[in-house]
Design a protein around this ligand. Structure first.
Ligand code: TMP
Ligand code: ASP
Length: 236
């Protein structure tokens, strides 16, 4: 399968059409942004790590009956995926207070939440991805109530599966962001990525941050943190 036409370039990935109208190729970049693109930088080797980590986790989810867009890893940075129309909702799953939740509600970072919290953001860079609820989603027609119910169910299941898997690797899953897409035949499947760019991973013994917060907050040691995640998950 080869790349034919670039149809999309986001902050971290490019997407291309292929000979097969039902398949796309995703190409991961080293570019890093934060705060809706205000802060820009490069994390050397990030594209390779995010590609490999995402595919590893998508395979784990597929084995556990979560449908994903993953088809085949083509190279270090490229993956063949099913063509979907991205549903313009960012789903945030939170187990421990951090980031914007801590800021918004005044809950100190690291506080364990008594229940997992699901949040939705409207995927719109110009608006800064504002937080919305199920009524906004219904009224704006971003997804039907039935589709949103599937999205929420998959998101909680993904959280359980990832938390359990990462626990054995001494990684605590603080929170993460998911995106879903619709296939041509109307099925809702997991799309986008699951990586240190889109998750907060804390070392469960030291509490060390092993994710993009090192870039967002200028903590240094970014490349090493991403490499550590690759090593723990894929053993390399
Ligand atoms: P937040 O605390 O900044 O709202 O982030 C919650 C989670 O979502 C965190 O794991 C990082 C991830 N995230 C993204 O993947 N993309 C984004 O644009 C933002 C703001 C957060
Ligand atoms: N995706 C965000 C941005 O817009 C960055 C982040 O993950 O915080 O730059």
């Amino acid at each position: 399968m080869t790349k034919i036409v670039q149809i999309y370039e986001g902050k971290a990935k490019k997407v291309y059409t292929t000979e097969n109208p039902e398949l796309y190729i995703v190409d991961y970049k080293d570019d890093a942004t934060a705060f809706n693109g205000e802060k820009k930088g490069t994390i050397l080797g990030k594209g390779v790590i995010n590609n490999r980590v995402t595919n590893h986790l998508m395979k784990l989810l597929e084995k556990n009956y979560i449908p994903t867009h993953f088809v085949e890893e083509l190279s270090e940075r490229e993956t063949l995926v099913k063509k979907v129309t991205i549903i313009p909702i960012e789903v945030i799953v939170r187990n421990i207070a951090a980031g914007s939740l801590s800021k918004r509600l005044g809950i100190p970072e690291g506080t364990k939440l008594s229940k997992t919290i699901l949040e939705y953001c409207y995927k719109d860079d110009a608006l800064g991805d504002p937080i919305i609820n199920n009524y906004h989603i219904d009224a704006l027609g971003l997804a039907t109530p039935e589709e949103l119910a599937i999205i929420a169910k998959y998101s909680f299941e993904i959280n359980e599966l990832l938390q359990n898997y990462l626990k054995d690797l001494y990684i605590e899953l603080i929170d993460f962001k998911l995106e879903f897409g619709k296939t041509t035949d109307g099925k809702v499947i997991l799309a986008d990525e699951i990586s240190p760019d889109t998750c907060r991973f804390w070392d469960s013994t030291t509490g060390e941050k092993l994710d993009k917060d090192r870039f967002r907050r200028d903590l240094g040691g970014i490349e090493d943190a991403y490499k550590e995640i690759l090593k723990r998950l894929l053993g390399e």
